[in-house]
Write a protein that binds this ligand. Structure first.
Ligand code: AR6
Length: 200
């Protein structure tokens, strides 16, 4: 809160004089891209690219269930499922991450079936759920670009745009890491992040 309200110079008693206003960092500064295994991330929550049953599968979903242990499957079974574009949260069990946010990406069908909106919905729903549960550090995989065959360039641009826009409006999340399993994916997400950087 300003104590001066723009009414004139601040007197010498108003210490400290040159304290900068505390601003949340620009959203791109809170986003990074790494190559790695999401199951090894020490963050408040990792995001799982699940399917509508929430009962596990291959790819990142299989890796997360293997690393978390059988209690994760039991909690997912009790939830009962998740719609495409939505997200649910569970505990992380044996994972270093405290929580897992499970979201269901769209299966690529050529682009005319609302895939882009559904994919953006995955990132948005995950961020909203994260903030609601006090998650400050969050790691995403490249949702839908494996078994669901979403084209990587398009998916990375949607992911990055949705996340950076959301963070601009939500200062409660400190850090989002895109954890990419291979170099090609990492390069695509890094290009997408570079494209969001403000021109200086
Ligand atoms: N850490 C980070 N990324 C990973 C890891 C890992 N440990 N393992 C794979 N990836 P996919 P989708 C990458 O197929 O396309 C499952 O069977 C992978 O290289 O896991 O959303 C579900 O049950 C790719 O870049 O997810 C669903 O049925 C990315 O994660 C279906 O697959 C996503 O690939 C979901 O398909």
């Amino acid at each position: 809160m300003s104590t001066n309200s723009g009414k004139g110079p601040i007197g010498p008693q108003s210490q400290p004089q040159s304290q900068p206003q505390s601003q949340p960092p620009r959203s791109c500064d809170r986003v990074s891209v790494v190559r790695g295994d999401i199951t090894e991330q020490h963050v408040d929550a990792i995001v799982n690219a699940a399917n509508t049953t929430l009962l596990g599968g291959g790819g990142v979903d299989g890796a997360i269930h293997r690393a978390a242990g059988p209690e994760l499957l039991a909690e997912c079974r009790a939830i009962g499922g998740c719609n495409t574009g939505d997200a649910v949260i569970t505990r992380g069990y044996q994972l270093p991450a405290k929580n897992v946010i499970h979201t269901v990406g769209p299966i690529w069908q050529g682009g005319g079936a609302g895939e882009a909106d559904l994919l953006a919905g995955c990132y948005r729903s995950s961020l909203i759920l994260a903030a609601k549960h006090g998650v400050r550090t969050l790691a995403f995989p490249s949702i839908s670009t494996g078994a669901y065959r979403y084209p990587l360039e398009q998916a990375s641009q949607i992911a990055m745009r949705t996340v950076t826009r959301h963070l601009e409006a939500d200062p409660s999340i400190d850090e989002v890491i895109f954890v990419c399993f291979n170099e090609r994916t990492r390069d695509a997400y890094q290009r997408a992040l570079d494209a969001e950087l403000p021109i200086r």
